[in-house]
Design a protein around this ligand. Sequence first.
Ligand SMILES: C[S@@+](CC[C@H](N)C(=O)[O-])C[C@H]1O[C@@H](n2cnc3c(N)ncnc32)[C@H](O)[C@@H]1O
Length: 231
Amino acid sequence: MYDLISGKESVDRMLGLRNLLGGYDLSCKILDAGCGTGNYTQFLNDLGFDCLGLDLSDKLLDVAKNKFPEILFKHGNLLDLNFVEDFDIVLCRGVLNDVDYLDFILILKNFYRALKQNGVLLLDVREWNNSLVKYTQTPVFSKEFIYQHSACKFTSLTTVNNLDNSLDIKEEHLIAGKSTKYNFKMYPKCLDDLKISVGKIGFSVENILSAYDYQTQFTNQDKMLLVLKKH
Ligand SMILES: C[S@@+](CC[C@H](N)C(=O)[O-])C[C@H]1O[C@@H](n2cnc3c(N)ncnc32)[C@H](O)[C@@H]1O
């Protein structure tokens, strides 16, 4: 279901990733941190990189392993990551919006340790100030699509919570008349705080993009991709 909802955006991101990583040697080892159903791991693996997909969810990892049996997927929690200088690149896409700031910093430190010297972290997270504007103005999103021959509708309602800088999200999937509802929180990160925190850990900010290509520098979008380098 996640694959269907994120469809077109995922294709754009993958094509962008191919460009972003165009100058890297194919011998690079990549950690897809929070790989979910493994689509990005597979894409990077197909480009020729040496990839490991890691995720906390056994259910999503089973989907990934079934779809891409030739790729290495491992169960693991980013909060307990114990790799030491094993990877040239860490991709963390759409994962750390779910964790609060303390866990976020702990995970960034784990990525720092997992990277080799001059290694690169591609960190895809939402920005707080722009999320605040976007979801105050447009709290509802919906999308219709076909799933297993049935008409489906995905709807989300996002409420801004200023008390802890979070978004309270209510989602509904309506599939062949049957409704499934989920409630969860997201913690977008304030870019100014984030810059200070990553600098303290030892990363330099190489680039801040609003999409997966060097032409779209970050301005006032709610989504951002930081290119961070370990020193
Ligand atoms: C929105 S999905 C993104 C999946 C994938 N990166 C993608 O872009 O398609 C978020 C993923 O992060 C995983 N995740 C969340 N917290 C995690 C943690 N602490 N350690 C490992 N994986 C985690 C979830 O299980 C889920 O698969």
